[in-house]
Design a protein around this ligand. Sequence first.
Ligand SMILES: Nc1ncnc2c1ncn2[C@@H]1O[C@H](COP(=O)(O)OP(=O)(O)OP(=O)(O)O)[C@@H](O)[C@H]1O
Length: 187
Amino acid sequence: MIHWNIAAIVGVPGVGKTSLCISAAGVLGYRYVNYGELMLDVAKSRNLATNRDEMFNLSIEVQEYLWKTAAIKIKDMQVSSNKILVDLHGVDRSNIGYIISLPIGIISPDIIIVVESSYENIIQRRKSDKFRERKLDNLESITEYMNILRMSMVAYSVIYGSHLTLLENDDFEKCLNELIKVLSESY
Ligand SMILES: Nc1ncnc2c1ncn2[C@@H]1O[C@H](COP(=O)(O)OP(=O)(O)OP(=O)(O)O)[C@@H](O)[C@H]1O
């Protein structure tokens, strides 16, 4: 059994992190934070952006400021909530490559849960998302992204001593039960 305060739930866009986290947090009574939404809230409060697209088109320096400010807000939440599920990609990519988006140095997750699924499932979920226009990357691109994410999270957990779990999100209820089991068996 391990003790934890912050669990990071990571995965490529459309794999199902948000749906799983919201359900698990509801069942377990833990606080849920969507890192991208928190960054957007900060951006909106500073009149820097009104939506995600605008935010991700801001200069890298401004995006870094939003990213750090959001991390500090999560750190402050630890005072009132002893267990927080943070929903984020874990690794982000741009035209020049990949970068770990865990805010190392400000908050350090005790548990990292990597949510994975097949290419076909991810593309299907991106296509059927009614709320957002999503990029339909090809098989090579998503496979590379998932491999880099998995390797990065392994490296992170070795260096920082976090507990690492890989979850396959094929059947939603099955994956949700596994997520709840991992979180509730740790204290
Ligand atoms: N196991 C599943 N089977 C079928 N559909 C699923 C499953 N898990 C999630 N979905 C659906 O896939 C879509 C994308 O899920 P969700 O928004 O949770 O992904 P995400 O990983 O949080 O994406 P992003 O990082 O871009 O926010 C949603 O419509 C959700 O209902």
